[in-house]
Design a protein around this ligand. Structure first.
Ligand SMILES: O=C(O)CCC(=O)C(=O)O
Length: 303
């Protein structure tokens, strides 16, 4: 299991509450490289319970972490962009003609989500170590899913963000999600297999090598009946079986969960956690941002 306890202690951040963004300025240089200035040091550290939860599940929800006003302004920018590019109108579901709009580079390069920088720095300090991470070149990739119809636990597109190792050393990255609007069950929130990062680390240790997504899926399919069933289109009663019953793999409890929460919630994900896109069976779009936070020296182009 990857231990982050030492990292959080090493971060040396005073224990206290994070109250969202303080005034941080981000500027975009002509080459598109952001430089940030932080005017207020933010006091935040994870509690022992939060650290234990991150280690156990591979995902940590921090409720009400990002400021509501910032979330609402960023959601507004995405809606404006969707209207300009596709004629998608926030108030007219008949115009929601793209299920998963993408290509938000213009918004990102324009710095539309840079106000998240201060809060993200707090997460990176707590999980990667104070100052031990590289400032992202650009901040915030929108994840938007309009209603797609029926919901189920998908059998396909499960993946890891990075090749997994058996190392219990330092995390190379974490991935942070920001909820710009509430995300309700079956509403398109990313699905993940709670505990899978520990199964995969254990398997990578046995293999004595790092394992890419495809390797991991092949090994789990061959060796672990619960994962073999998850990856099979033939498996029925998927919600009951994978989300309610859960299962065991290499002696570790595993279960599919959705990212579900309220506006301003942060979710932080371990890089070896198996996850996938999800359908959206509700009548509102899923609006989130995702941002990898990268340990200093790690090549960001590998993400
Ligand atoms: O929820 C989504 O759209 C998928 C997110 C994802 O797979 C990722 O960020 O790697």
């Amino acid at each position: 299991m990857t231990s982050i306890t030492a990292l959080a202690v090493a971060a040396g951040t005073p224990r206290g509450e994070h109250h969202g963004s303080v005034s941080a300025e981000a500027r975009c240089s002509p080459r598109g490289v952001f430089t940030w200035r932080f005017s207020v040091a933010t006091a935040f550290s994870l509690t022992q319970e939060q650290i234990a939860e991150f280690e156990r599940a591979g995902m940590l929800r921090v409720p009400n972490f990002f400021p509501q006003q910032t979330m609402s302004e960023m959601a507004g920018k995405i809606w404006t962009d969707l209207y300009a590019r596709f004629g998608i109108d926030r108030h007219r579901p008949d115009t929601w003609t793209k299920e998963r709009p993408a290509q938000f580079q213009k918004l990102i390069r324009f710095g539309s989500f840079d106000a998240l920088g201060d809060s993200l720095a707090v997460i990176a300090d707590a999980l990667l170590g104070s100052g031990a991470w590289d400032r992202p070149r650009h901040i915030g990739l929108p994840l938007v899913t309009f209603p797609t119809g029926a919901w189920d636990v998908l059998h396909a597109m499960w993946h890891l963000d990075l090749p997994a190792t058996g190392s219990v050393g330092k995390l190379p990255i974490v991935r942070a999600f920001a909820l710009l609007e509430p995300v309700r069950p079956r509403g398109g929130g990313t699905c993940y297999v709670e505990g899978s990062h520990r199964v995969i680390a254990d398997r990578a240790r046995a293999a004595s090598e790092s394992l890419r997504s495809a390797d991991v899926k092949g090994l789990l399919q061959a060796e672990e009946p619960w994962f073999a069933a998850l990856f099979s289109q033939e498996s029925k009663n998927r919600e009951q079986r994978f989300m309610i019953d859960g299962g065991l793999a290499r002696g570790i409890e595993v279960r599919v969960r959705e990212i579900v929460g309220d506006t301003g919630d942060a979710f932080v994900m371990h890089p070896s956690l198996l996850h996938t896109i999800a359908p959206n069976a509700l009548d509102r779009p899923r609006l989130m941002l995702v941002q990898p936070l990268v340990r200093r020296g790690w090549n960001q182009d590998r993400l």
